[in-house]
Write a protein that binds this ligand. Structure first.
Ligand SMILES: [Mg+2]
Length: 372
């Protein structure tokens, strides 16, 4: 079996020059084979930038696009192809969007392998530890504290036993941060698992340290990405100081970055995104590093049902991973792109024993929102 074609699909809901919110655009890769099997992958990244990473012609031995490295190769040689892509793009790839594009390809190759061997991906990964995974809901908060109470109540009524919010105005202003957290905590009750995501907007260790102190009384489950992941000394100082657990790492790629971040930043929870960190192949290596350091891994996941399907297969086969993120995005790219999206039911997601990722894409929706 050989790879015959690599197709890139870039989707976007708002107009090209309009503001875009998390989950409102998508980068999808389809890998075709000469035996008719097709693998699907995605990356939560800047779609047109990642597309260039697939399409670019060769500049030199170390610099070029991924397609020319893949066509004609055996798609079952997943690690060998990962290494080939990494080595052959180490000027333009190696971190960031280069690895984002590789992540999408890697996920598509696992999809193909599962179809070829006719066993679920979690079986190829060594076996399933659990049939269902507890899922927490992530929402972007409303500006008004009271409106967030309505959102929290609605999600609890849907069966969520753990919630997180971030984005919007959270992180912009100390007073409104406190007011929003206070309202959400009041509605959820004092023992409910409630976390917040600052998306690095507290910027400095000093400001983050003062906010951790101010929010301590709300007993948050974790505070995510208070500052940029490059400031590993800042994370380490926060972790010595804070009573609240700290999480981070969603922007990092490859085992190399995670190895340093996990060991130096001392976060309690590390959050690789399977569609950014290097795909299914690489998140397993990140998991091993995290497990050896006693760091919990809870993957980042706020994109389409393709990411969701890949994340669930990885988590099912990772011994110490028992919690996942479940997007509350209302974007059609989350709600409709994958017609058979894995559902959230009663606090959990059931691990499907399907062959491949099992995702069925809405081709009409793709036609409607395709930008490249
Ligand atoms: Mg986050």
């Amino acid at each position: 079996m050989k790879i015959s074609k690599v197709e890139v699909i870039c989707l976007r809901i708002p107009g090209y020059d309009e503001a875009c919110e998390w989950g409102d655009d998508a980068f999808i890769v389809k890998v075709f084979t000469d035996e008719g099997l097709v693998g699907i992958g995605e990356s939560d990244t800047s779609p047109l930038v990642a597309k260039a990473m697939i399409d670019a012609p060769e500049s030199n031995l170390y610099c070029g696009g991924l397609r020319r490295l893949l066509v004609g190769e055996n798609p079952l040689e997943i690690q060998k192809l990962w290494d080939k892509m990494y080595w052959s793009s180490n000027y333009n790839g190696r971190r960031g969007v280069g690895i984002h594009a590789m992540s999408a390809v890697d996920i598509a190759l696992w999809d193909i392998a599962s179809q070829y061997y006719n066993v679920p991906i979690h079986m190829l990964l060594g076996g399933k530890y659990r049939d269902k995974i507890r899922a927490y809901g992530t929402f972007i908060p409303a500006d008004s504290p009271d409106d967030n109470k309505i959102i929290v109540r609605d999600l609890i009524n849907q069966g969520f036993t753990s919630l997180k919010f971030g984005g919007g105005i959270l992180g912009d202003d100390p007073e409104s941060d406190v007011a929003i957290v206070e309202a959400a905590r009041e509605e959820a009750g004092k023992d409910f698992d409630l976390s917040i995501d600052i998306a690095t907007k507290w910027r400095t260790y000093g400001h983050a340290a003062s906010m951790f102190k101010r929010l301590e009384r709300f007993n948050l489950n974790w505070i995510e990405e208070p500052i940029l992941s490059d400031d590993m000394n800042g994370y380490a100082r926060l972790s010595r100081l804070a009573a609240t657990r700290i999480s981070g790492g969603e922007s990092l790629t490859t085992r190399y970055e995670f190895n340093e971040f996990i060991k130096r930043s001392k976060v309690d929870i590390v959050q690789p995104d399977i569609t950014r960190c290097g795909g299914i192949s690489e998140i397993r290596k990140v998991y091993d590093i995290a497990a050896m350091q006693g760091t919990k891994l809870v993957p980042h996941g706020f994109s389409t049902g393709i990411l969701l399907a890949a994340t669930v297969q990885f988590l099912a086969a990772a011994e110490q991973c028992d919690l996942m993120e479940y997007s509350q995005s209302t974007s059609p790219l989350f709600t409709r792109l994958v017609k058979n999206r894995i559902p959230f039911v009663g606090g959990y997601v059931t691990v499907p024993d399907c062959i491949g990722l099992g995702v069925e894409l809405d081709e009409d929706l793709i036609d409607k929102y395709r930008m490249a």
